[in-house]
Design a protein around this ligand. Structure first.
Ligand SMILES: Cc1cc2nc3c(=O)[nH]c(=O)nc-3n(C[C@H](O)[C@H](O)[C@H](O)COP(=O)(O)OP(=O)(O)OC[C@H]3O[C@@H](n4cnc5c(N)ncnc54)[C@H](O)[C@@H]3O)c2cc1C
Length: 336
């Protein structure tokens, strides 16, 4: 095990979900130096795509929508660059006529994250374990790479975009005290958890257009057909998202007991085909049920920012806008 210290960075961002990456991208475009770290093997966080069992799954977010001009500008760029496409516009569950675009990455929901990360100093497989303030006012970021190597960075600014309880835990471990007045809003943020079954079938599923349904009641909140979506052409692959109630009550259950009710509820959409493989992914932080009530956090005295869906709201767009707005603020700050 070796310790190494790359040169000081202007900003280190923890988390390569959409919030961290768009914060970083905003800084990169402003010519600022930034580095992004993520414990995952790739970027994307809850915009997750996975290949397994001969299939490909979007197993977190299924699509995203746009209501703000700020994100629309990026979406127009991503459409022009061929990173994303419109999956569908109208859905049976829409309340307003005419619908609105639901966007997906061309190679799954993690596409945008992967393309953004390609343009950044991005370090995957790197779990940040401690963040501390040094006496000269810099941040010290200590991380461990998979394989056991210890890494450390110093930075003027630190941005945390992990789900909020994880970010607060990191600060606590490093003995960093946030101002009293910031704490109540941050501590009131709460997330629901959920379970997702990743299922392959030996023939095409039988979902109506566009290839996603929102079943009523328990235990399913969503069935997504990754084959019909165009993501898994060679193998029928279903993403079954549980409700948060089911996730909560079955969180600790053995995997068979988690899977059985989800498969049973989804069976009418299997088109009579056999299940080839099925397994559970647990989402500890599915989405916040209470947010911090502000777009992002910036603590000037600490040089500390936080962004993500705990601030911007429980969707890709909320996280994206939160990250971009924090990036804009940081880009306006004087250079070192
Ligand atoms: C099952 C599910 C379905 C969803 N469906 C939709 C949908 O259809 N449409 C929609 O708009 N939204 C959906 N969402 C919500 C959306 O995915 C999230 O709001 C958004 O992607 C969150 O982005 P983020 O950047 O804030 O956080 P994340 O994507 O969670 O990114 C945080 C990153 O921080 C990293 N990290 C955490 N701790 C550390 C550490 N110590 N060191 C290094 N890295 C660390 C994580 O690995 C992660 O990559 C869904 C979410 C889930 C879970």
């Amino acid at each position: 095990m070796t310790a190494s210290s790359p040169p000081p960075a202007d900003t280190v961002i923890v988390g390569a979900g959409i919030a961290g990456l768009l914060c970083a991208d905003t800084l990169r475009r402003a010519g600022r130096e930034v580095r992004v770290l993520d414990k995952g093997r790739g970027p994307g966080g809850r915009m997750a795509t996975r290949a397994e069992a001969g299939a490909t799954f979007d197993h977190g977010a299924q699509f995203f929508t746009v209501r703000t001009e700020l994100l629309q500008e990026r979406v127009d760029e991503w459409l022009a660059a061929g990173w994303i496409r419109e999956w569908f516009r109208e859905a049976p569950w829409d309340s307003s006529p005419g619908g609105h675009p639901r966007y997906v990455g061309v190679e799954g929901m993690s596409t945008v994250a992967r393309r953004l990360a390609d343009q950044l100093p991005f370090q995957p497989s790197t779990r940040v374990e401690r963040v501390t303030r040094s006496e000269d006012g810099h941040w010290q970021v200590n991380a461990r790479e998979y394989g056991g190597r210890d890494l450390a960075w110093t930075a003027r600014h630190l941005v945390l975009t992990a789900p909020l309880p994880q970010s607060l835990h990191l600060l606590g471990k490093g003995g960093v005290r946030l101002p009293e007045e910031s704490l109540p809003a941050l501590l009131s943020v709460d997330y629901v958890r959920s379970l997702t079954a990743l299922v392959t079938l030996d023939g095409p599923a039988d979902l109506p257009a566009p290839g996603g349904v929102k079943p009523e009641g328990e235990p399913l909140s969503w069935i997504g057909d990754n084959q019909r979506k165009g993501l898994s052409p060679d193998r029928a692959a279903l993403t079954l998202h549980s409700t948060s109630h089911f996730g909560d009550t079955h969180w600790e259950a053995p995997e068979e007991e988690q899977l059985a009710p989800l498969l049973e509820a989804a069976r009418p959409w299997f088109g009579g085909h056999r299940v080839l493989s099925a397994r559970i992914h647990r989402w500890r932080y599915n989405q916040p049920i209470r947010t911090a009530g502000r777009d992002f956090l910036w603590e000037e005295d600490l040089g500390l920012g936080m962004a993500g869906d705990a601030f911007g709201g429980p969707r890709v767009e909320g996280s994206a806008v939160s990250g971009m707005l924090l990036g804009r603020l940081l880009a306006r700050r004087p250079r070192a």
